[in-house]
Write a protein that binds this ligand. Structure first.
Ligand SMILES: *[C@@H]1O[C@H](CO)[C@@H](O)[C@H](O)[C@H]1NC(C)=O
Ligand SMILES: *[C@@H]1O[C@H](CO)[C@@H](O)[C@H](O)[C@H]1NC(C)=O
Ligand SMILES: *[C@@H]1O[C@H](CO)[C@@H](O)[C@H](O)[C@H]1NC(C)=O
Length: 286
């Protein structure tokens, strides 16, 4: 009888021991609730930290794309196991940080194609956990370049800016603040960066036009503007509004001079034409 009881007691004790053992190895993962922003060509750390901060040295750590299709980095049995081609030579775990449960991933030389959600998956004999961290790639493009073209229906102004990701917002408006409609095109280059381009016909009654490009992520606005009055176009600086940097496009100034020349040339032609007519009609009258 006593022996029976003590056997139950021992079994119970063992059960408690086992539960305690499992609980000791249980962990949560902490990452980032907001997307991590990475700049093209630079490096970024995707955070993933064991809570409590037990050692992850003997655990299996896998970073993969959220759709489970691509293994970005795998560490198992104390060794780096593999990295898919797309991320080869560009990803690392901080091996010296594993003892404190830091299983964050370093991605270097960022590309547009890295813009994705990543899963940090940590596995241990009796327990596993995973979290998702989003990486948002951003790249600010060039200053918008304005150029002029003389067409039948008036002077056309073209605004172009390269090297954006994600797609920014291109807008036209008059100096007076009225928004102007222009057809906007977004072209993707082979490296995934976007070129924005738009054209408008300059309205006669306008004092000037502004082409602005706004980055959706940082909200930075990049502007180029042209002042126009009756007899000449005067090109004025374009600037990063946020930074207050003033830049002058000499090329555009040259283009504007050509435009001014053409404008006067046309005008004088019209004058000669009307003078001729006046003389001719004068002949008739006398
Ligand atoms: C990774 O680096 C090794 C050694 O520098 C090189 O041989 C290999 O081509 C690289 N792989 C990629 C995908 O860049
Ligand atoms: C775990 O975190 C605690 C409290 O933040 C800290 O005191 C301790 O040094 C950490 N342990 C390791 C192994 O880093
Ligand atoms: C993990 O280690 C890396 C490299 O030292 C560091 O940048 C990162 O902040 C660490 N993460 C946490 C959650 O401590």
């Amino acid at each position: 009888m006593t022996q029976h009881l003590s056997r139950n007691f021992v079994a119970g004790f063992l059960l408690i021991l086992q539960v305690t053992f499992s609980l000791e190895n249980k962990f949560e993962l902490a990452g980032s609730a907001t997307p991590i922003t990475g700049k093209l060509g630079q490096a970024v750390v995707l955070p993933c930290q064991l809570k409590p901060n037990i050692s992850a040295k003997a655990m299996e750590i896998t970073w993969l794309t959220d759709d489970d299709k691509t293994t970005v980095f795998q560490y198992k049995a104390g060794l780096v196991q593999g990295v898919s081609e797309q991320y080869k030579n560009r990803t690392l775990l901080f091996l010296d940080q594993l003892p404190s449960g830091n299983v964050s991933l370093l991605i270097m030389d960022l590309r547009v194609s890295d813009d994705n959600k990543y899963k940090c998956f940590v596995f241990e004999k009796e327990w596993f956990n995973d979290i998702v961290v989003q990486l948002a790639i951003s790249n600010l493009g060039d200053r918008p370049q304005l150029s002029l073209a003389n067409k039948d229906d008036g002077v056309t102004l073209k605004c172009e800016s390269q090297g954006w990701y994600p797609k920014p917002l291109l807008q036209w408006r008059s100096i007076a603040g009225k928004s102007l409609a222009g057809h906007v095109e977004a072209l993707e280059s082979p490296n995934g960066l976007i070129t924005m381009s738009s054209q408008i016909v300059i309205p006669d009654d306008n004092s000037g036009v502004i082409c602005s490009i706004q980055d959706g992520q940082s909200r930075k606005i990049y502007k180029s503007q042209v002042y126009i009055n009756e007899h000449f176009f005067k090109y004025v600086a374009s600037s990063w509004k946020a930074l207050g940097i003033m830049l002058i496009f000499f090329l555009l100034a040259a283009l504007l001079l050509v435009a001014v020349f053409m404008f006067f040339f046309k005008k004088s032609k019209v004058k000669i034409e009307s003078e001729k007519q006046r003389l001719e009609s004068g002949k008739f009258n006398t």
